[in-house]
Structure formats: structure tokens, C-alpha cells
Write a protein that binds this ligand. Sequence first.
Ligand SMILES: Nc1nc2c(ncn2[C@@H]2O[C@H](COP(=O)(O)OP(=O)(O)OP(=O)(O)O)[C@@H](O)[C@H]2O)c(=O)[nH]1
Ligand SMILES: [Mg+2]
Length: 314
Amino acid sequence: MERNKTARPTPPPDLSASDPVNEGIIVAHHGVAVEVSFEDGRRRMVGVKRNSGHVVGDSVTVTGGVLKRMPRRTELRRRDARGGIHLVAANLDVLGIVVAHQSPAGFIDRAIVAARVAELQPFVVVNKCDLPDTPELLDLLKATYGGSVPFFAISAANRTGLQPLQDFLGQGHRGVFVGSSGVGKSSLLNALCPEIDLKVGQVSDYKNQGRHTTTVSTLHLLSGGGELVDTPGFREFGLVDITAEELAAHFPGFEEHADALCRFRNCRHRTEPGCAVIRLVEEGGIPPERYATYLEILSEVENDQSEARSKDWR
Ligand SMILES: Nc1nc2c(ncn2[C@@H]2O[C@H](COP(=O)(O)OP(=O)(O)OP(=O)(O)O)[C@@H](O)[C@H]2O)c(=O)[nH]1
Ligand SMILES: [Mg+2]
């Protein structure tokens, strides 16, 4: 019988179609592979391209070794000192800003604004409250941020102050801890949930911000409820795609006075007539150093906006 020359060879059976579609969450990112935790509790490493854009917290499906990302509910981005943009994690509800020893100038403010714009609830954790130099820092930070965001004073080493944070996270939030290297993010996670047993830095009270103990972001289920991502330390929380109006609305400390309305709805609190923020600074209701920090961040945001606009024109 003459062969039909136009007939195509029979395609191989589509094995992937018979593979079950497994839904899971990325719980660790190792550059060219991610660890996925599936709904039935299994875990598996799945290969990805370097810089594939996947991040811890991403909901994914895995079919026959192929990973597909689902749309994100929230994403938190930051800019580093060299201008590089990083995704911190995906599908978060809360952002835990961890500090110890010193208040990293502007870091807390930028992180709070970034979280609020991304529709995450920010909170501040002051760790190492057992150390003698902490009470002053605690007073300063509490006065600055205590009225704006949930605020927790903790010693991971002595396990004091943990219960209020446990109650907060136990409401079912997925959160992330960010902050400089050595502030005790991994130690806090271990204190909240000892089974996690993360590696922590060697010296118990070192102030060296240069050494990184955690090198990979990892997501953990807390036994008291909620989920937390531990991240490698970083010092820069540069804002990404934030407008001056968003900064003006979300800068911590200004929202407390939201009822003292500015004349203009989109007031940037710089030179506008009838600005309630400027009036409050003059009357002593807002400390001048907080206003100075605001103006510094406002200039950055305005520069970014005009750079973005001139790129659009090119
Ligand atoms: N005194 C004191 N030391 C602490 C406390 N919490 C953590 N430390 C110590 O601080 C050091 C750094 O802790 P880590 O948990 O590794 O800090 P980290 O923020 O995870 O650091 P990176 O992973 O490098 O970002 C370790 O030596 C801890 O033992 C605390 O509450 N009090
Ligand atoms: Mg760590």
C-alpha cells in the first residue's frame, strides 16, 4: 500500500497532560532552583532559570517539572544602594521591620511607606531589649512610630515580649522580617517557633553589620499560626515607583494628624499654602527632624518621578 506522503507521524503521547497539576508555594529560592511546598505537605526542588523572577511566597503549579506562577496578591519591592530593584517576597500581608542597637536612618520610614503602598500592614520590632544600650533607642522609636504602626519590644535571647507578636502573627498573617544583618531576624523566628532552628550569627552581641548569616530567603509556618519569611540582612529600602502624593499620604506620623486637613487634596507638604503639616511643624505637633526626613525622601521620590518621565519621552 502506498504511504500517504502528507500524513504526519503520530505525535508522542502528551505525558504532561496525564501528570497531576500540583499547587504549592515557593518556600526557598536557591538561584537556579526553588523549593516548593505542596498542599499535601510534600516538598520538592524545581529548576528555574537564573533571574526567572520567581520569589518566596509565590503561588505556583508544578506539572511534569514545569513551574507556572499564579498572579500575585501583593508584591513588595525595594531598591538597593546601586539602584538595583529587588522583590522582597510575594503575597505578603504584613512587613516586620526589625531593628536593634541603632535606628537605621530613613530605613524604617521608607519600609513603612513601601508596605502601605503595596497594601501590607507594616510593624516595627525592636530586638535585643536585654542589652543595656536599648532603652534609649526603644523610647525614641516608640515616640516616633508607636502611634503609627504595631510596635513590639522583644529580646529573642531572653524570650521576653514574644506573646504580643505571636498573637499578632497568629491572626493568620503571612509576613516577612527585614532589617540589617545581625539585628536578630533569624533568632526571632527561632524564638517564635523553635522547630524552625535557623542558623544565627556567632557572637551574641556583635554590632558588625557587614556579615551575613542568612543567605537565602525562606518561608516558615509558625506553630502559633501565621507564616514568616526570613531574609538575608539588607540596609537599603529604596522606594520603587512611589509617587510624591503616596509618600505625602503614608509617611509615618503624618496620618495621626489626618483630620487637620491641608487646603489642597494632593498637598506635598512642602510650600503649598494652607498646608496642615507645615502648620503642625511650626506649632510643635510634628518634630522638625521628622519633617526634615520627610523632605529628604520627598526629593528622592520627585527625582525618580522626573527621571521616569524623561525616559518615557525618549
Ligand atoms: N543580646 C542579644 N543578642 C541577640 C538577640 N537576638 C539575636 N541576638 C544575637 O545577634 C546575633 C545575630 O543574630 P541573627 O539572628 O543571626 O541575625 P540576623 O538578623 O538573622 O542576621 P542576618 O542573617 O545576617 O541578616 C547572634 O549572635 C544572636 O545570638 C537578643 O535578643 N539579644
Ligand atoms: Mg538571619
